[in-house]
Design a protein around this ligand. Structure first.
Ligand SMILES: [Zn+2]
Ligand SMILES: [Zn+2]
Length: 836
């Protein structure tokens, strides 16, 4: 409380940020200064923050994301680019529907209210969005094009329907999203969730898998970590697919392995309970039936994630044996929980000696562990205490003994191929994109089913298939399937009766192409005009959280490749040239969340401290990729900075304009040279952080602090208000502040008599002559230990050097409360302070 009172006192005396900030936001809006024009001849720059979900109230963590994007957009605008910086809303999704079920609020009402509030807050933080391009994915004028894309994918064989498991609540008789399943139970009624098969739509992203991989190699502007996550998700592996015969059963089991060099070490075969061989085996081995079926039933309600990653690996023997095609050994066939029918062949060979998972499984079920690979020097010998998973030298492997792993893989693959038992294959972990959702608040799937014609897409001139209003949200069944009027349709082919698809699309479809729609947001005849979109694409800088590293970014890349393939966009297949992941925001070291009650809201912050102070703090407190800790001390420090700028510059605004900044001013002494230099250091920093895409504006804003400190110091000298260097710096100050503190910058600029907003001005190129003004680095020691390095003009006097040195926190911390016994000064080199 004490601290906030100080802040309020300060501002009453000087700068009324509330009135100034509100005034400028209204004027920017009225003048449309951030509207990007298609016919602007300057080079284009497309900066984009990921489409936000309108969840309600924003907090300062959101402001961190938008402030960085805004500073980047403003820097590029001032550096001569035609910048497009749009904003919109990822407006479909489950929370709106849950609100409808729980509180009876119409999803559309809930969503539009949230959008209204978020738009207000996003504007409140002084962002430079081009609002003429705003879109919401729940607008029929937007989602009709989702339907259009769906039909184009269908026509190209890239949308297809097949059965896939869903989460089913037997009480509510409804499909549940993964988020609605809590510990295996329905979020609403608590019933145990079942797995059911349902015919659903898929997009065939697997057709693009090699291009999605190859594209990553060219994306130099993406974080390596994100590219690695995408590669891992795609999960390409090269290996061998080959078959084991089953003893006494007319069947064989195909397996895929990347380590065929370990084939002589296979001691069991693991299959998914759903594998077709299981039924054949059980016909021959009726005694196993009870055991196997009980085990399979125990897995019916578990998710893939649980089975492959969370659950203990377990299983039961089927009683049947597989025959190793090379060693002719008989090995038992087990049904296990960790092999999935959906993935690969639904069976794997178990090699406990050389695979960690197989090792654990073998230990648990007392299966043999047969070592067939040893270290290159041959020293590693059974019994193994853990799986040896590296390549090495083959042992106990028939004619392949002594071969190295890579050679053995080639030789064994060739042998299996010659035997007609196997072939070299490539496998991917990624599967097709399941897009059907059994929900209401999404894009209706534009398909009807006719008894005569089967699956028929809705013709383009009948789009959009509108979401019906006044739907009952009982939480039971599917809202669209329950709506008889919606479900009833006429077949576009034969004119006979038809039924609509009752599902809506995954909301990731909405965010897979919105960045192109922004470029022609009001087109009613097409999703976008080819020429308009091609002129702006690709997105030059995409900004968002790493939580979208896999799905959103893969889907958007897939959509964009398809769009380019179809000739709708004349561009590279990759939609995002550069990607930047922001670090998160903490509050006094803790994650901000409603449940902790420590959410710092935007309205409160802006009202109390001001927009510019908030922006400066969010930019200055940490590099943008790092975690930022929101502290009251930090934001108050920025309030003081804003006031300091105002007190220093405002009284000189009338005279400053007479000091042109297209040439360096007269510099009467070292202090003036240091001041002008500090300005150009800040200008150079802003430019370089932008051009290198590092965006460490924390450095640039720290340079602004140094600049304003020097300015304040000089202003205490007599006649400073007539000093050409001072006036020059004050004149340039709004320019260098503009991307970071846009309101303060425009207020100072207009007080200099300019009619046009400072945000339409050019950034000043750092002057090499100003930067080259001599500067020395003085090493500061305390009691012989280096504590700081300070920059100063050459020939600086000992007393001045000492005054500078004690301003360094690392120095003052060492001498506070102590007596200075002695100073050792070596001109332009060293200052050693002896304190005790
Ligand atoms: Zn339920
Ligand atoms: Zn028909």
């Amino acid at each position: 409380m004490q601290r906030e009172a100080t802040v309020l006192m300060l501002e009453e005396r000087t700068y009324d940020f509330r009135a100034v900030e509100r005034g400028w936001q209204e004027r920017w809006e009225r003048d449309g200064i951030y509207v990007a024009r298609d016919d602007d001849p300057r080079p284009k720059y497309y900066v984009l923050e990921m489409l936000p979900y309108p969840s309600g109230d924003l907090h300062v963590g959101h402001a961190k994301n938008y402030t960085l994007g805004d500073a980047i957009a403003r820097m590029h605008r001032m550096r001569g680019h035609n910048v497009v910086h749009p904003m919109g809303w990822d407006a479909f999704g489950l929370p709106a529907e849950n609100a409808a079920i729980q509180r009876g609020i119409d999803p559309e009402t809930w969503t539009r209210e949230n959008i209204g509030n978020m738009r207000r807050q996003v504007r409140l933080i002084g962002t430079s969005y081009d609002w003429t391009r705003e879109l919401a994915s729940c607008d029929p004028s937007y989602y009709r094009w989702n339907q259009w894309f769906f039909i184009r994918l269908f026509e190209n064989g890239l949308a297809y329907k097949r059965e896939a498991p869903v989460n089913w609540c037997p009480v509510d008789r409804t499909v549940l999203a993964n988020e609605q399943v809590e510990n295996g139970r329905c979020w609403r009624c608590g019933a145990a969730v079942e797995r059911r098969n349902l015919a659903q739509w898929f997009f065939k992203i697997t057709d693009y898998v090699e291009r999605l991989l190859a594209g990553l190699d060219r994306l130099d502007g993406w974080p390596d970590r994100i590219k690695a996550m995408q590669r891992n998700w795609i999960g390409k592996s090269e290996g061998v697919t080959f078959a084991f015969e089953v003893e006494n059963v007319d069947a064989s089991i195909e397996v895929f392995t990347t380590r065929v060099d370990t084939v002589f070490g296979a001691t069991f075969v693991a299959v998914a309970p759903e594998h077709p061989v299981v039924a054949k085996i059980l016909e021959r081995m009726p005694k196993s039936r009870n055991r196997v079926e009980t085990f399979a039933a125990s897995l019916a309600n578990t998710s893939e994630l649980e089975r492959t990653q969370l659950m203990q690996k377990t299983g039961v023997p089927t009683g049947a044996y597989a025959i190793n095609p090379l060693s002719r050994e008989k090995i038992p066939i087990w049904v296990t929980n960790y092999v999935l029918a959906e993935y690969g062949t639904g069976a794997v060979m178990g090699v406990p000696a050389h695979d960690e998972r197989d090792f654990d499984f073998a230990k648990k079920h007392a299966l043999p562990i047969a070592q067939v690979i040893t270290t290159p020097d041959g020293s590693l010998r059974a019994p193994l205490t853990e799986a040896f998973v590296d390549d090495g030298k083959l042992i106990a492997s028939g004619e392949y003994i002594g071969m190295k792993s890579p050679n053995a893989r080639r030789a064994i693959a060739a042998r299996l191929e010659a035997m007609g038992r196997g072939k070299t294959t490539v496998q991917y972990r990624i599967r097709d994109w399941l897009v059907s959702r059994q929900r209401y608040w999404g894009t209706p799937i534009p398909i009807v089913y006719c008894e005569r014609d089967g699956t028929v897409p809705v013709p383009d001139d009948q789009l959009p298939v509108l979401l019906p209003k006044d739907v009952a949200f009982t939480g039971q069944g599917s809202p669209l399937a329950n709506d008889a009027a919606f479900m009833q349709a006429t077949c576009p082919r034969c004119g006979g009766p038809a039924t609509r698809d009752p599902d809506t699309m995954d909301t990731f479809v909405d965010s897979s192409w919105y960045f192109v729609r922004y470029l022609d947001a009001h087109n009613a005849a097409a999703p976008f005009d080819r020429a308009k979109a091609s002129a702006w694409m690709p997105v030059d800088q995409y900004i968002g959280g790493a939580e979208h590293a896999v799905l959103h970014l893969l889907y958007a890349r897939f959509f964009n490749m398809f769009t380019v393939d179809q000739g709708w966009l004349d561009a590279d297949g990759e939609p995002f040239t550069r990607l930047f992941n922001q670090g998160t925001l903490l509050y006094n070291g803790e994650k901000m969340s409603k449940s902790r009650g420590n959410v710092v809201g935007i309205d409160h912050t802006v009202e109390r401290y001001g927009v510019d102070a908030m922006r400066l703090f969010l930019l200055k407190a940490a590099p943008p990729e790092d975690t930022l800790d929101w502290t009251d001390e930090g934001i108050i420090g920025r309030v003081r900075f804003v006031q300091r700028v105002w007190r220093a510059a405002e009284p000189l605004t009338r005279d400053a304009r007479s000091a042109p900044f297209d040439r360096l001013p007269e510099m009467r002494g070292d202090a003036q040279r240091a001041l002008v230099r500090a300005l150009h250091v800040a200008l150079a920093s802003g430019a370089s952080e932008t051009e290198t895409h590092r965006f460490h504006y924390n450095v640039t804003t720290a340079k602004l602090d140094e600049l304003v400190n020097l300015l304040g110091a000089l202003l205490r000298e007599p006649d400073a208000e007539r000093d050409p260097a001072v006036l020059y710096v004050v004149h340039a100050l709004p320019i260098v502040l503009a991307p970071f503190a846009p309101h303060l910058a425009d207020e100072l600029w207009s007080r200099m008599g300019y009619e046009r907003s400072v945000h339409l001005e050019r950034w000043i190129d750092a002057d090499s002559a100003a930067l080259a003004v001599d500067e020395i680095t003085l090493v500061v020691q305390v009691n012989g230990k280096v504590r700081a390095r300070i920059h100063a003009a050459p020939g600086i006097a000992e007393d001045d050097a000492f005054a500078l040195a004690v301003r360094e926190p690392t120095v003052s911390a060492q001498i506070d409360g102590k007596q200075i016994r002695k100073r050792i000064f070596v001109a332009d080199k060293l200052l050693n302070i002896v304190a005790a």
